[in-house]
Design a protein around this ligand. Sequence first.
Ligand code: OOG
Ligand code: MG
Length: 243
Amino acid sequence: MNSTDQIAVRLDAAATSRTAVPQFAAETGLDVPTAYRVQEAVVAHRTGRGERLVGVKLGLTSRAKMAQMGVDEVIWGRLTDAMRLPDGGTLSLADHIHPKAEPEVAFLVEGGAIAAVAPALEVIDSRYVDFRFTLPEVIADNTSASGYVVGAWQPVPDGIDNLGVLLEVDGRTVQVGSTAAILGDPRRALPEAVRLAGASGVDLTDGAVLLAGAATAAVPLRAGAHVRATVEKLGTVSLRVAP
Ligand code: OOG
Ligand code: MG
């Protein structure tokens, strides 16, 4: 396995067959610029099957996530329409490898600016065995992107830079954080995404969704679980895992 396309085929097959693959960066010497080219090729497999690019996600924008994953650089990935799940919708474990959920803040982009904000949940599902990867590996894997749920869009409230974030599973609080954990202020996600994605020729066009990154660590999804994220002033968003 040596070319960008071969790695992309392998990661796409892992996703579609719900079978984790071993890490490979040590073997291939994959670097970050090449990893973003692999990501583009991985997502091209999805768009080739009819999915549409609808936005961008940032990852590892909080210390909680950097510590959990052992990677300490902000990364970005591509979101497609097929990844979007309805608020209160149901996800099947059979469609995933080892999914986890994390609370996020979503922005709606219009005219190059933030037009609205919503509480969100991201479902990440690394295509690597044991959810372990190096920085280039997670970038190549479209930053573990698998699904996302967006709550009600609303105007950006005062104090967005320091709102409480809660993640509950079956009514029990499992993670607590603050939007301040996201780059110090989640609004920084926009210039950061414009810079990072722009370097690969990807623009945040009108109507694009931007996931700013998780404020807390992610939690594994179990059959039958009811997962709910709450962002102070923004409200809640939820997801069920099929029994
Ligand atoms: C990588 C994706 C990180 C976030 O919000 O920090 C991410 C991973 O943790 O597998 O989406
Ligand atoms: Mg995330």
